[in-house]
Ligand binder design. Structure first.
Ligand code: FMN
Length: 236
């Protein structure tokens, strides 16, 4: 069955509960092959992907969980996000709504239930039960442009996964433990970790699978210009 681009875009969501069913390596390779069709600056293709399954994934998860439990967070290789109390509007409100949807509505956790929230966050390091865990890295020479390219690659990978009936979750939470990742996979010194990616079949019965996010309407982020002097006449 072929998936349209529209179906893939509308069907993609961050999946945080996977079934253990394995994904054949040929299918993962096909998804990566499709993702690599992404545009990049001068076709530089600055990405690399490390794909972990089976014992390799279990060993990485065990070390990540250990580092998480011991609070061994490392300084970031680049600024991925502001500190929790440094988010500015309108992003602060959107982030709060996202958190309410996930923790309160899907998981039934209150704002003070730090242990429950921590338990959920911890599942990032098990790739939410997905059979495939990936680490996406890019060359940092130079970094900002490569991060744009990595974003395109990441989205293409997630859409290609939908085309194969699979789900994904991008995972910046792995960035806190990039030294652990470097011990498990061969990341060149001139590369930075962009994020992890969980890949597999969704467990649609899990309560986390009810979680959906909303989007701002086009009018909130797009401005249309149709005459030469539009800019001077912009109104609210
Ligand atoms: C680069 C990136 C990193 C992310 N990191 C995490 C993560 O560590 N853990 C997590 O549960 N979700 C993570 N997400 C998922 C976002 O929370 C999610 O994309 C957003 O809330 C929109 O929801 P949707 O993907 O279901 O449409 C990440 C998304 C992106 C693009």
């Amino acid at each position: 069955m072929s998936t349209t681009v529209e179906e893939a875009l509308l069907g993609r969501r961050s999946c945080r509960a996977f079934r253990p069913d394995p994904v054949p390596r040929a299918q993962v390779e096909r998804i990566l092959d499709l993702a690599a069709r992404s545009a990049s600056n001068s076709n530089s293709q600055p990405w690399q992907v490390h794909v972990l399954t089976g014992a390799a994934k279990r060993a990485l998860s065990a070390d990540l969980l250990c580092a998480y439990d011991e609070g061994r967070r490392a300084a970031g290789e680049f600024a991925y996000q502001p500190g929790a109390d440094q988010w500015l509007e309108p992003f602060r409100t959107r982030r709060r709504r996202f958190g309410e949807g996930l923790y309160r509505d899907a998981l039934g956790l209150g704002p003070e239930d730090t242990e429950g929230r921590r338990d959920h966050h911890r599942r990032n390091y098990e790739f939410f039960g997905a059979p495939v865990g990936m680490i996406l890295t890019v060359s940092k020479l130079p970094l900002q442009g490569a991060l744009v390219d990595a974003g395109l690659f990441l989205q293409a990978l997630m859409l290609a996964a939908r085309g194969a009936g699979l789900h994904t979750c991008a995972q910046a939470s792995l960035l806190d433990f990039h030294p652990v990742l470097r011990r498990h996979v061969r990341i060149p010194d001139d590369h930075v970790v962009v994020c992890g990616i969980a890949l597999g079949y969704a467990d649609e019965e899990h309560r986390l699978s009810t979680h959906r996010t909303t989007r701002e309407p086009v009018s909130a982020f797009a401005t249309f210009y149709d005459s030469a002097d539009t800019k001077t006449r912009v109104t609210a």
